[in-house]
Design a protein around this ligand. Structure first.
Ligand SMILES: [Zn+2]
Length: 76
């Protein structure tokens, strides 16, 4: 399966964050709430016999704002 450019970008961002030793957490860039949700899509990997998820890391749904915003990543 070929990945879309946006998925490859997200995987690159994921790799950068995993290199950091600092625990981080996402907060809403608008109201600083940590009550945020990420969107994810999944496809079925027939070899692994399990779902593989791609999380959209550059956009969150903020429960406080009830809107979509960009996340800020802060020390956890
Ligand atoms: Zn918010």
């Amino acid at each position: 399966m070929s990945l879309s450019p946006s998925v490859e970008l997200n995987l690159a961002l994921l790799g950068q964050r995993e290199e950091s030793d600092q625990p981080q957490k996402p907060v809403c860039s608008h109201c600083r709430s940590s009550e945020v949700m990420f969107s994810a899509t999944a496809y079925w990997d027939a070899e692994k016999q399990q779902f593989v998820h791609h999380v959209v890391r550059d956009l969150i749904y903020c429960i406080e704002c009830e809107e979509k915003h960009r996340p800020d990543w802060i020390p956890a």
